[in-house]
Design a protein around this ligand. Structure first.
Ligand code: TRP
Length: 333
């Protein structure tokens, strides 16, 4: 039996952070033995809101690639590909454009939220509004059945499956298959400001490439309980960013439970907690940072991994596109 296929990826708009780590990277590392995994550096999608920064997007492809390798996604097990180097994806997107209504794309909840956040005003790029259609092509051209992503991507998978069903029905075939999103239990990591989701644009992220000093500074300035002024005062756990992070990253759950009790009773200072979190995060990120630096020393090797992966992926995409055109009756010679 051939292995089932995973297609997943990220927009290369900056290096990856802890939100990506808990939201999808861990699942990708875990599943790469069991599945035939394709990981897309979605530079075309990144351009939909970064069209003027195309050179930065290009450079970020390598930065994100270093993050993937550093967390342990193994090029011998997973296939890395650059979206813009696979012309079959935009071609398939063109066919899909006719299967989705304008009303449907503007109703996509993730796109709606992003449009607000990005402050496009009256000038929302058409490419941005329609990126879910392009993402449907990303996923279905590889016949992926599983997509490990963060929960904000659920509406994209839903839309992908609508396109897949419409295509198979209209062209009376079973060329395309539906996909399922794989969302981890903790999929939404709050930013260091404790307010919103961790993201580069909100300036509240801890990066997998951060130095020990960066980590320390970011943790030391985290919000705890604003009413916890003196060490003796009882403190609150709810909404306390440091405890939220300890819950996610500290593997000694018994000790965390003890600390919570102590904090609520009073007598436990914020600095003690923060120092613990600095240590926990440094233990996690330190080895990742070191592997990242090693891969960064050999850019030629990284380029080769990307090139070989992209070539392999293109062959798969070309095969599906051929089947798609056959089903549509678009083969002329
Ligand atoms: N939309 C994803 C993000 O914003 C990136 C992405 C592009 C993707 N194509 C994909 C994710 C296909 C999963 C599958 O991070």
């Amino acid at each position: 039996m051939p292995k089932k296929i995973i297609l997943t990826g990220d927009r290369p708009t900056g290096p990856l952070h802890l939100g990506h780590y808990v939201g999808s990277l861990l699942n990708r590392v875990r599943l790469q033995d069991e599945y035939d995994q394709y990981i897309m550096l979605a530079d075309l999608q990144a351009l939909t809101d970064n069209f003027a920064n195309s050179k930065q997007v290009h450079d970020n492809v390598f930065q994100v690639m270093l993050d993937y390798l550093a967390v342990g996604i193994d090029p011998d097990k997973s296939t890395f590909l650059i979206q813009s180097m696979i012309p079959q994806i935009p071609e398939l997107t063109t066919y899909y454009m006719n299967l989705v209504s304008l009303n449907r794309v503007v109703r996509n909840p993730t796109v709606k939220t992003e449009i607000k956040q990005k402050k496009f005003g009256e000038s929302v790029p058409l490419g941005f509004v329609t990126y879910p259609v392009s993402q449907a092509a990303d996923i279905s051209i590889f016949k992926a059945s599983l997509v490990p992503v963060g929960e904000d991507q659920l509406p994209m998978i839903e839309q992908t499956n609508e396109v897949v069903r419409a295509f198979n029905r209209i062209y009376n075939c079973d060329v395309l298959i539906e996909a399922e999103a794989l969302i981890p239990k903790v999929s939404r990591l709050v930013g260091t400001d404790g307010k919103a989701k961790m993201s580069k644009s909100l300036g509240n992220a801890i990066y997998l490439s951060d130095s020990a000093d960066d980590i320390k500074k970011k943790v030391m300035s985290m919000f705890t309980d604003p009413d916890h002024v003196r060490v003796e005062d009882p403190g609150k756990i709810e909404g306390n960013t440091v405890f939220m992070y300890l819950d996610v990253f500290d593997t000694d759950t018994e000790e965390v439970a003890r600390l919570k009790e102590h904090y609520q009773k009073g007598g436990l200072g914020d600095v003690v907690l923060k120092k613990r979190l600095v240590e926990v995060l440094e233990n996690l990120i330190g080895p990742i940072r070191e592997r990242r630096e090693n891969f960064a020393k050999d850019p030629e090797q990284v380029r080769k991994i990307l090139q070989q992966g992209t070539q392999k992926a293109e062959a798969v995409a070309a095969q599906t596109l051929q089947e798609v055109k056959q089903a549509m009756g678009l083969i002329y010679f």
